[in-house]
Write a protein that binds this ligand. Structure first.
Ligand SMILES: [Ca+2]
Ligand SMILES: [Ca+2]
Length: 343
């Protein structure tokens, strides 16, 4: 409609530009179509390697050995999570199921509870070695988790909304527990996320919901087009949350909203600061000395971190990390000790 009337076109362009100015996006950078697989922006997964600027699949044997046995959805036991993920990288139908040797016919199930649609609703999960289905708690529920739920259910672009209200069914009203869920946002199965059974405090009926992305359309002027062609509101760019699902909304940011700016113009969540994992390529998220509790929980995220520690990395702060001194040999002689003054 804008484009048909010349003076309206000008007005529209101005409007569009003012929308653009409200964001921290770097326009030239967006042309490169960076994603979570661009290793000049982010680290590749431990089951990938960086070749020519892109993360590509490792072969399972290139993974570190002997971490923890894991089971795949096809009932095969792998030596560790990295080996399974490296295999999945080339055979996407085989996904992570559980952190143990496979036992007969165990299933991890995710379903959406809504009478009218298959692609939206409250989320129910049946964990491995459990019989009951639990709803997901709504606290700390973000697009990171919603994207993983939809991807798990086969919606490649992930989620469209993560906070739509749905009617709570009878079964949920009597439920005393819910499942607290945190994901990194790039998992291919919800089973890889941290899932913790929690008492449903005060019988809160506020459960997590999701609307999965099952449409293709042009993005509006107040929307950002992700590299995977999903449309998200412009104000959700550069906020540390992987709303796109392929991270493309966080990779070209001159500043960040409520999140941390890495030197590579990537925004990461504040909770990734000094969490003993390097998230910014140059390690600036871990280079500031900060007091932080160890929040390690049992999940594949912990396993992924363990795998990452086997790769070269930086340490957080300056305290509590004794440096091993080695005598360096230069030209066959022991190097002289150099005294440096600390000011
Ligand atoms: Ca975002
Ligand atoms: Ca970090």
């Amino acid at each position: 409609f804008c484009m048909q009337i010349p003076y309206m076109q000008l007005l529209c362009e101005e409007l569009f530009q003012s929308d653009q100015q409200e964001t921290f996006l770097i326009k030239e950078c967006l042309n490169n179509k960076y994603t979570h697989n661009t290793c000049k922006k982010v680290f590749c997964h431990p089951w990938q390697r960086c070749v020519g600027g892109s993360c590509i699949c490792k072969l399972p044997y290139q993974c570190p050995k002997n971490v923890t046995l894991v089971c795949s959805t096809n009932g095969r036991t792998f030596q560790n999570y990295c080996q399974l993920k490296a295999y999945e990288c080339q055979h996407p139908q085989e996904k992570f199921l559980s952190k143990a040797k496979c036992t007969l016919s165990e299933k991890f199930e995710v379903s959406l509870d809504d009478a009218d649609s298959q692609s939206e609703g409250l989320i129910q999960v049946k964990l491995v070695n459990h019989t009951e289905k639990l709803f997901i708690c709504n606290n700390e529920w973000s697009m990171n988790e919603a994207n993983v739920v939809c991807r798990h259910l086969g919606y490649k672009k992930g989620a469209k909304h993560h906070n739509k209200k749905f009617e709570v069914p009878e079964s949920a009203l009597t439920s005393s527990k819910c499942l607290h869920t945190t994901c990194r946002g790039l998992e291919t199965s919800l089973a890889e996320c941290t899932l913790i059974e929690r008492r449903n405090i005060n019988n809160n009926k506020d459960f997590a919901s999701v609307v999965c992305h099952n449409e293709d359309r042009e993005c509006l002027t107040n929307e950002f087009q992700c590299v995977n062609e999903k449309c998200i509101p412009l104000h959700e760019t550069c906020n540390g949350i992987n709303d796109c699902g392929d991270l493309s909304d966080e990779l070209c940011c001159k500043e960040c909203n409520n999140s941390f700016h890495c030197n590579s113009d990537l925004c990461i969540p504040n909770k990734y600061l000094c969490n003993r994992e390097v998230d910014c390529l140059a390690g600036e998220d871990e280079s500031r000395a900060q007091e932080k509790e160890d929040i390690s929980t049992s999940s594949m995220d912990g396993e992924r971190k363990t795998l990452k520690t086997l790769l070269p990395q930086l340490k957080c702060g300056v305290t509590n990390h004794p440096v091993t001194r080695r005598k360096r040999i230069i030209g066959g002689n022991t190097a002289k000790k150099v005294t440096t003054k600390v000011t």
